[in-house]
Design a protein around this ligand. Structure first.
Ligand code: DX5
Ligand code: ZN
Length: 222
């Protein structure tokens, strides 16, 4: 699934779901025709918010065979990544800013048989990812400051997407490029035009009355 780049991948984030009904959220994601389930893990340290740990992923895994895209917004992600792998995450993305040893952790995640992703917050220059790109399956560009759903996109972050698309082509690499934060019907076309393959969407997805129509519209290139 990670190799198919013909169509934009839509990854609804359960951050905006009703936390008393994660099973219902999974069902609404499946019914909508969206591609991935984005799982935002927050530790109250790396970001000023708390969500959930590997137990939730393990329990959701029993309910669904969907692609689970875990986004770890935690300090020292090397301490938690193996637990998310064991819980059944398919991709594990961590933040460059959260560990000294990003290169090692990317390889650890791949060694666990999972897709290895790396993310940067808006204040981190994309050039800092340069040496890591051959070791990553997914680069997640934060288009808001992480921690909360429902924020406005920071449009300058799309320059990073353009840089990553260009670097991928020039260097013959194959990572996917994801955008996360403030993605909705109005902002998605610019993200796709910049080169995004994966659109993470939280509040816009869960607020949409017709989720299937929303997903179709998000994928449309305008
Ligand atoms: C933000 C999370 C996002 C969040 C996006 O820290 O990483 O995945 O759910 O939410 P929206 O789409 O509402 O900006
Ligand atoms: Zn996220």
């Amino acid at each position: 699934m990670l190799d198919s780049m013909e169509k934009t991948i839509v990854a609804p984030s359960v951050l905006s779901a009703d936390f008393a009904d994660f099973g219902g959220a999974l069902a609404s994601i499946a019914d909508s025709g969206a591609d991935w389930v984005h799982l935002d893990v927050m530790d109250g340290q790396f970001v000023p918010n708390l969500t959930f740990g590997p137990k939730l992923v393990e329990d959701l895994r029993r309910l669904s065979s969907a692609f689970f895209d875990a986004h770890l917004m935690v300090e020292t992600p090397e301490l938690l990544a193996p637990a998310f792998a064991a819980a059944g995450a398919d991709a594990i993305t961590f933040h460059l800013e959260a560990t000294v040893h990003a290169h090692r952790l990317l390889q650890t995640i791949r060694g666990l048989g999972k897709k290895a992703g790396i993310s940067i917050v808006p204040s981190t220059p994309v050039a800092m990812l340069g040496d890591l790109l051959p070791y990553t399956d997914l680069v997640l560009v934060m288009t808001v400051n992480p921690g909360f759903g429902g924020q406005d996109i920071i449009p300058e972050c799309l320059d990073k997407v353009r840089f990553l698309a260009d670097a991928r082509q020039k260097r013959g690499l194959a990572y996917l490029i994801a955008v996360d934060g403030g993605i909705h019907e109005q902002s998605a076309p610019a993200a796709i035009a910049a080169g995004a393959d994966v659109l993470v969407t939280g509040s816009a997805f869960f607020n949409a009355q017709d989720k299937a129509a929303f997903v179709r519209q998000l994928r449309e290139k305008k």
